[in-house]
Design a protein around this ligand. Structure first.
Ligand code: IDP
Ligand code: MG
Length: 149
């Protein structure tokens, strides 16, 4: 089963959207295997967004991510990496389709509520960066036969 790293960013927490966001992954049929609320250190934020370090928005992005708590999660399921990106919607919320998280609840790219890994390699790297092995819980949802044939 595939796993992906999802983070509710500080604006999602401050805007009381934690439950709404979690609900979308849960009701889709994905399995939550890791969950923690945390204040992010500058070094973790910089490491997480390392690929963007030369971009003009990098400093603002790091300050945004450390400005309030985040909710870090790992979700599991068939095709969860690509599916989560669809549930999240386009990076620029005005371009995100209605029905997606960013399409429904966000306006600007600098406050776009949520992060989701974009590929299997980044998912693996990000899960390792944010979670210790013992913080991840493998379990067998009883609903599985009703979600997978
Ligand atoms: P993604 O989150 O949809 O994968 P990326 O292009 O990987 O989008 O950018 C990472 C994050 O950096 C975005 O989610 C957003 O928070 C921030 N970001 C991207 N482009 C801009 C920008 O032009 N201005 C401000 N922030 C940006
Ligand atoms: Mg990205």
């Amino acid at each position: 089963m595939e796993r992906t790293f999802i983070m509710i960013k500080p604006d999602g927490v401050q805007r009381n959207l934690i439950a709404e966001i979690i609900k979308r992954f849960e009701t889709k049929g994905f399995t939550l295997v890791g969950l923690k609320m945390m204040k992010v250190s500058r070094s973790l934020a910089e490491k997480h967004y390392e690929v963007h370090k030369e971009r003009p928005f990098f400093a603002g992005l790091v300050n945004y991510i450390i400005s309030a708590p985040v909710v870090a999660m790992v979700w599991e399921g068939e095709g969860v990496i690509a599916s989560a990106r669809k549930i999240i919607g386009a990076t620029k919320p005005l371009e995100a389709e209605p029905g997606t998280i960013r399409g429904d609840y966000a306006v600007t790219v600098g406050r776009n509520l949520i992060h989701g890994s974009d590929a299997p390699e980044t998912a693996q790297t990000e899960i390792r960066l944010w979670f210790k092995e013992e913080e991840l819980v493998s379990w067998d949802p009883t609903l599985k036969p009703w979600l997978y044939e």
